[in-house]
Design a protein around this ligand. Sequence first.
Ligand SMILES: *Cc1c(COP(=O)(O)O)cnc(C)c1O
Length: 219
Amino acid sequence: MKAEYSEILREIKSNNALLVAVSKVQPLAKIEQLYKLGHRDFGENRVQEFLEKYEKLPADIKWHLIGHLQTNKVKDIICKSNLIHAVDRIKLARKIDALSSDLNVTTRCLLQIKIAQEDSKYGYRIEQLLSQLNEGQLNFPNITWCGVMGMATYTMDMNQVRTEFRKLKDYHNLIKRSFFDNRPDFCELSMGMSGDYKVALEEGATIVRIGSKIFGPRQ
Ligand SMILES: *Cc1c(COP(=O)(O)O)cnc(C)c1O
């Protein structure tokens, strides 16, 4: 695990990107191993599992919520997450804003945009997202929008993956230019997993989310 981690980290750092080690399903011991090597950014996709790990692991870990989030789970994660990657509907954003406001915090979030061809992938359709941004519906005082996130189609065809990542980068640039021009917080492009992170880095990812390539296959 250490060798894979070091090599991947070197690659990612040379691209000035951030590695989120996706620790879903992995036992605490493996997370602690990476923590001892100095790693702090970990990603989880299920709230219940995240909360159990959050309680047991050091407080200076920066937790990234990367999975689809149910509105009724938001109350459990506000103040505990460093970055929510998968905001893909206005109802979820409203809830995050309201609960953040109650607690007097601002919550850092990414807008998840659908770029894959598969039906199963979550994410905003770009037309809907642009229309909500245009109408100011996503201006929430207690949310800091930090950029966009997307998942490419699960395929061996790296040309297709590259095309999808390029599309996400274009969306990022368009949204930045149109709505967040003078907002330095809006700078993140979260894309790339074990199978496609090299392509993602070539296409300008600032955050990559890698699980199995570091920790080994999930059970
Ligand atoms: C599981 C997961 C990853 C990491 O997947 P690997 O293929 O194990 O690297 C990245 N992003 C999201 C949203 C995930 O759910």
